[in-house]
Structures are given as structure tokens and as C-alpha cells.
Design a protein. Structure first.
Length: 363
């Protein structure tokens, strides 16, 4: 443990107009029991008092970097990682509305040392509300898993994924070309974790805890850019296939199995984005985006779930669009929640505004 105990750890906090939450996030970083840390708050041009707050922080370990232009969260991550001193060997990215337990880094370093993790290790997550009250705990992950097993869990909706709670090797980060950038931030966390896990495996430090804050300002409710999200799903699939081929540390049988996993996961992502985008178009009473969405399914029928194909078939044959019915949507929501309970899981929480630059103030 000696080597890990002496390591300088980088904590990167990308932020944009969340000063009230940022104060708590930064406090949780500064109060880590592992004191050899370097913290960078990289700001996309906040106009809510963030600068004044950061000027009041008196800690030589903390730097406040303000981007000249809003480059989005992904741009901030890739820029911020390059700003750490050479002594920083492992890093974590903390959402500006999330929190770390005071022993988060120390515990993960112990787990990394014991497991001989080389690339990436992640913690347990607890979901909290706007006031910091516990909502529930995330599903417990396997102690160790391959990148392929991780993606399979995601394809079958067996766990949530958040960037907060991940500790990764800086050299491995550079080795995958940094944090992946797609048309939107959709699925970028999955791609990032998958690429790093390919270099070694994904290790779980259950005793380390990160707190994921779920609040109204954190929900991914912007689906007016539905076609961009569908394009992002395609980019995500191509990225993961590329890094898997480049890695080469797997058998042909594993690669074929991965292809089936991705087909299922991509269909799930395509369908979720399509349904949300269709609902958004209906709410805005804008026919043009809906027509485009219908054409997308007709051109790529096999990419979508039964629910989507059924809705489009009804529109094609009878001119009826069942997704316009609230009762119909409620029925599908009940089916989904029932399937979650059968699997022994609570219904999923609203997605956080993860890396989506449309949400974090990017272009």
C-alpha cells in the first residue's frame, strides 16, 4: 500500500452555474482523508457567483480555471485533465452537484492496491435528493468484471452508470485518447468506462461511497435534439467496436458475444431516445420532427424495439399514433416497472444531466 498511499490524486470538477451545489462538492473533495490531492474546478463561464465563491476558497490545492468559451462538459474534462501536474497519477471526476465520502479516495486506493487494478476502479453509489437526504442505494456491482461483462450488465439494464465514483489511471486515460466525444453526451460514460476496462478490468471498491444527487435540474429532459441523440447512439456503437478491436485482449468468441450484446443495448438506447423525442415533438405540436423520426424507423426497422415498431406500424397502416395516448404510455411504464420488480430492482431514477453538452451549457 506504500506506493498508493503516497500518490498524488487529481480531482476534477467541471461546473456551470451550480454555485450552491459546487460549494458542497468542493468541500467533500477538500475533506478527503487522503490529503495528497490536487483539485481543479474548471468553469464553463458561470454567471451565478461561482467566481466570487472560488475567490473565497483558501486552499493551495485548489485551482479555478475559467474557460474563455463554453466548451461543454466533455471539452472541460479533456482540457482539465491536461492541467494537472505531472505528479498526479490517478484521477477522479466529481459532478458539481455530487459528493464524495471523506474516505472515498483512501478506500479506493486501498482496493486498487489489493486488487492490483491498473486502469479503473469504481465505488458504491448512494442516491440523494436536493437536500442531501438518502433516496436509495445503487445496485451492488461485481467485485471484478471484464469490459464485456460490464457492457452486458448495461445492455440488460442491471445497473445505472455515473461518472462520479470512478477513479482511473491518468496514463490509461491518455491511452484511450481521453474522454470520448459524440454528437451529444449520451452514453459517453459507458464508452469511457468500457474503454478503460478493456485495458485491464473493472474493479469495484464497495466500501468507498459516492453520493449522486438527483434533482429537477439534473434530469435529462431535453429531447428536442432527438435526431442528434440517435446519431450519438450510432457513434457510441462504432466507438466501442473500434476500441474493442484495437485492444485485442479477447477471443473471437468473446467478440462475437459482444456484438450480440451491443445489438441489444443499441436497440434499447435507440428506442429510448426515439420515444422521448417523439413525446417532445408531440408536446410542442411540431409535426416536422415527428415525421423525421417516423422515417428514421422505417429506414432502420431492426434498430428499434417492438414498442417503437408497433407505434410506427399503426401510423403507417391506420394513421394512428398510439404514443399520443397517455393511457398507452402509462401502460408501458407499468410494464417496465413490473419487470424491474421481478428482477429485484427498484424502478430507475431519473437520469442525471451527465455529460450532455446540451444540458451542461455546451454548443
Amino acid at each position: 500500500m506504500t506506493t498508493f498511499a503516497k500518490m498524488k490524486i487529481g480531482i476534477l470538477i467541471p461546473t456551470f452555474n451550480r454555485c450552491s451545489y459546487l460549494a458542497d462538492a468542493l468541500r467533500s473533495a477538500r475533506e478527503q482523508t487522503h490529503q495528497n490531492i490536487e483539485m481543479i474546478v474548471i468553469d464553463n463561464g458561470s454567471a451565478d457567483g461561482t467566481t466570487a465563491f472560488m475567490e473565497s476558497v483558501s486552499d493551495p490545492r485548489v485551482r479555478h480555471v475559467i474557460n474563455e468559451a463554453n466548451i461543454g462538459m466533455i471539452g472541460s474534462i479533456n482540457k482539465g485533465m491536461g492541467l494537472f501536474s505531472e505528479e498526479v497519477t490517478w484521477c477522479t471526476i466529481l459532478g458539481d452537484d455530487d459528493l464524495l465520502d471523506k474516505d472515498f479516495i483512501m478506500t479506493l486506493l486501498c482496493s486498487a492496491n489489493d486488487s492490483k487494478a491498473k486502469s479503473i476502479i469504481h465505488s458504491h453509489r448512494i442516491f440523494i435528493d436536493q437536500r442531501g437526504n438518502k433516496i436509495r442505494e445503487a445496485t451492488v456491482s461485481p467485485r471484478e468484471e471484464t469490459a464485456f461483462d460490464y457492457m452486458k450488465s448495461r445492455a440488460y439494464a442491471k445497473r445505472e452508470t455515473y461518472l462520479t465514483g470512478v477513479l482511473f489511471n491518468r496514463e490509461a486515460f491518455d491511452g484511450i485518447g481521453g474522454y470520448p466525444s459524440f454528437s451529444t453526451g449520451l452514453a459517453s460514460d459507458d464508452a469511457f468506462i468500457f474503454a478503460l476496462a478493456l485495458k485491464d478490468r473493472l474493479v469495484f471498491g464497495q466500501s468507498a461511497i459516492a453520493y449522486i444527487r438527483i434533482h429537477e435540474g439534473a434530469e435529462s429532459v431535453h429531447y428536442s435534439n432527438g435526431m442528434r441523440k440517435l446519431e450519438t447512439v450510432r457513434q457510441f456503437g462504432e466507438y466501442c467496436e473500434k476500441v474493442a478491436r484495437q485492444n485485442g485482449n479477447h477471443s473471437q468468441e468473446q467478440f462475437r458475444a459482444l456484438g450480440g450484446t451491443f445489438k441489444k443495448y443499441l436497440r434499447r438506447l435507440y428506442s429510448h431516445c426515439w420515444i422521448q423525442a417523439a413525446h417532445c415533438a408531440m408536446n410542442q405540436e411540431n409535426e416536422a420532427p415527428l415525421v423525421e423520426l417516423l422515417h428514421r424507423v422505417n429506414r432502420n426497422w431492426d434498430d428499434f424495439s417492438f414498442r417503437v415498431r408497433f407505434a410506427v406500424a399503426c401510423h403507417n397502416i391506420a394513421g394512428i399514433f398510439p404514443e399520443a395516448s397517455r393511457a398507452y404510455r402509462t401502460c408501458w411504464a407499468n410494464i417496465f416497472n413490473a419487470s424491474q420488480l421481478i428482477r429485484g430492482k427498484a424502478p430507475l431514477l431519473p437520469r442525471k444531466r451527465g455529460s450532455d453538452e446540451a444540458i451542461r451549457g455546451g454548443s
